[in-house]
Structures are given as C-alpha cells and as structure tokens.
Design a protein around this ligand. Structure first.
Ligand SMILES: Nc1ncnc2c1ncn2[C@@H]1O[C@H](COP(=O)(O)OP(=O)(O)OP(=O)(O)O)[C@@H](O)[C@H]1O
Ligand code: SF4
Ligand SMILES: [Mg+2]
Length: 318
C-alpha cells in the first residue's frame, strides 16, 4: 500500500528466554529465544484504526512497542510516513508516535503531578512554558477532565480518569499515530464506553491513526476499521472489521469469535487447547496443534498469507 502511514516488512522480535541464554551466546551455542513477533507484515493507513486481537502472550504488546520504536527489531523493517525507521531517525520518529500502556494504574508515575505527567512529552521537545500551559488546558478539555486536576497525583483519580490522563499525555504532542494497549480492560463497563467514545471523538477531530490492542472483540468491533488476528507471534488474518467478524476465515479467528463477549465482559473465552511455547514453536502452521481442520500438510508446511475475499488469511484451507 503506497499511502500507508505505518508498515512493517518481515518484522521480528526475539527475546533471550533467560539470562542463561546470554551464557549460551558467550559460549557460542544457540541460546533459547522467545519469538514474540515473528515475521509480521502489516499496513496502517493515515486515519485508520486497526484492532489487534489475540490471546495472551501472542506478541501484541511487543508489536505495539516495536512500531512505537520502544523496542528495536531483531530483523525486518518499519516504515513510518514514508521513512524507514533506523537508529539515526528513531528519536525524530518517536516524537510522532505515542503509546498508551496496558495498565493505567502502573503506567502513571505516582509521585508526579497530573500536569507534569500529561506535559512530559512536550518537555523532550523543548516547548516554551506558555505554550505548554495552553496545550495542557486544551488536552484536558479534549478528554473532558477539569484543569483543576493539574496538581493532583494519580492516586487521587478513578480508573477512568487515569485512563483519560494517559490518553491526554498521548495526544498532547499531536502525534500522527497512537498505540492503545488494552485501553479499557481495567475499567468498569460504563467507563469503558466513555473511554471508547472519547477515542472515537479524538480520532474524528484530529485524524489520529490508532493501533488498538484488545482481548475484547466487542471493543475491536466498536472502534476499528480493520482487524488483525495475532497467533504465536504472527498475523494469521486481517481485513475490514465487518467482513472479519461476520465471516472469519482463519480457524483461529473463528475460535476467538465463538464466544463473543459483550462490552462488560473483559476477556474472550480462549479457544480449546494449549497456547504453544514461543521458545519451541510447532512446525508448519503454528495453530495445527489446536485446529479442528488440521490436515497432514499443516503439520510441516507454513501457510503464507493470501487474499480470500476482502481479507488476507494464512491457512491451507484457502
Ligand atoms: N522483555 C522481554 N523479555 C523476554 N520475553 C519477553 C519480553 N517482553 C515480552 N516477552 C515475551 O514475549 C511474548 C509475547 O509477549 P507480549 O507481552 O507481547 O504478549 P501480549 O499478546 O501482549 O500478551 P497479553 O495479552 O497478556 O498482554 C511472551 O511470551 C512474553 O513473555
Ligand atoms: S493451516 Fe491447517 S492447521 Fe493451520 S489453521 Fe489452516 S487448517 Fe488449521
Ligand atoms: Mg500485552
């Protein structure tokens, strides 16, 4: 896609499984690696909201951290606004991307005032004080929080208010692209909808592009234009939200959707069977150990992505 704001090609992130892995490396043995992201190719257009769904440990947060340059890839490329992300321009690109972290309770520094938390991204940009004050007022109003919160600490705020603060911090530097990692999973049902509505409004007002990571299919359905399903470090299906949710093609997406939760359910029922270890992955299709449609070739041959209707699917059934 020519006009993609963000795209990745063959993106991989392998972590050392343990410190002994480091010793293995010193002694020139192949260390055990956690293949958290393993050959991911995605595109996100300007103004698009992509929902990333998948079970716990499938690599969603790691992918979000790679795209926001918080992790360095083991292999592969990330393009941002037409530029290849490199060690040289990483800092420049980091100013145009933001990440709202998985847990709003842990991600806000308890010692800092709300104002210093929210305006922190501006500090790194050297924005003068008057402009900083004006931008603080603007974003607090955008997330519907009273500016009197300025001198309070995160502990004085409710879960929904903390999540709004995390969103205010993410948007204050006017980024082009924001990763929201489980933006509502720590919140009560009524507050979840408020935060989702806020995200939709902000996207409409500022034309942000989002990658929304969520366990909750209902959240993805509500907020995203497109959906990508991640399994054991790889994207196995992606396509327009309506198409994927109405007619999921990949057996893993089908299994995820079998027990669709409502907005007040925090997690989807996981598909049957064990999630494979990312250190010792199954050969062939990674889902073959749990797939109800498994065929002989699935056990040895890795399916590649192909177009199936409006979606892209990596499965030998197609
Ligand atoms: N810094 C790290 N060092 C070693 N392993 C890591 C590191 N970060 C993540 N991992 C491993 O990578 C795998 C993917 O983790 P990740 O947090 O990306 O998954 P996730 O899909 O976001 O899961 P969840 O839904 O539970 O948040 C996991 O096995 C995790 O333990
Ligand atoms: S490739 Fe085979 S094992 Fe994998 S999801 Fe498709 S049918 Fe199932
Ligand atoms: Mg995560």
């Amino acid at each position: 896609m020519v006009d993609a704001l963000v795209s990745t090609k063959g993106l991989k992130k392998y972590f050392l499984a343990s410190k002994s892995g480091l010793l293995n490396r010193i002694f020139k043995q192949q260390p055990p690696l956690v293949k958290a992201v393993d050959d991911v190719n995605i595109q996100i257009s300007s103004g698009e909201v992509l929902g990333l769904v998948g079970e716990s440990g499938s690599g969603k947060t790691t992918l979000g951290r790679l795209i926001t340059t918080l992790e360095t890839p083991t292999e592969g490329e990330i393009m941002f606004a037409g530029q290849l992300v490199t060690g040289k321009n990483r800092n420049k690109i980091r100013k145009q991307v933001q990440m709202v972290f998985q847990n709003p309770f842990e991600s806000l520094d308890p010692r800092q005032s709300i104002k210093s938390i929210v305006t922190e991204p501006l500090l790194k940009m050297g924005v003068p004080k008057e402009q900083k004050d004006a931008q603080f007022e603007k974003v607090m109003s955008a997330v519907s929080l009273d500016r009197n919160f300025a001198e309070r600490r995160p502990r004085d705020l409710s879960g929904g208010q903390r999540q709004r603060i995390a969103v205010a911090r993410a948007i204050i530097s006017n980024p082009k692209f924001i990763v929201l990692d489980e933006p509502t999973s720590a919140l009560d049902a009524s507050v979840q909808s408020q935060v989702l509505n806020l995200l939709v409004d902000l996207r409409n007002d500022y034309n942000f592009s989002y990658l929304v990571i969520t366990h909750n299919i209902a959240v993805a359905r509500y907020i995203s234009d497109n959906i990508a399903t991640m399994y054991a470090g790889q994207i196995v299906e992606n396509g327009p939200t309506g198409t994927v949710l109405k007619d999921p093609k990949h057996p893993y997406t089908q299994a995820l959707l079998k027990s669709v939760p409502t907005l007040d359910t925090k997690r989807v029922e996981p598909p049957q069977g064990e999630v494979p270890s990312l250190i010792d992955l199954p050969t062939g299709c990674r889902f073959h150990t749990r797939c109800p449609f498994v065929m002989e070739k699935c056990k040895t041959n890795d399916p590649t992505m192909r177009k199936v209707g409006e979606a892209n699917v990596a499965c030998w059934l197609y």
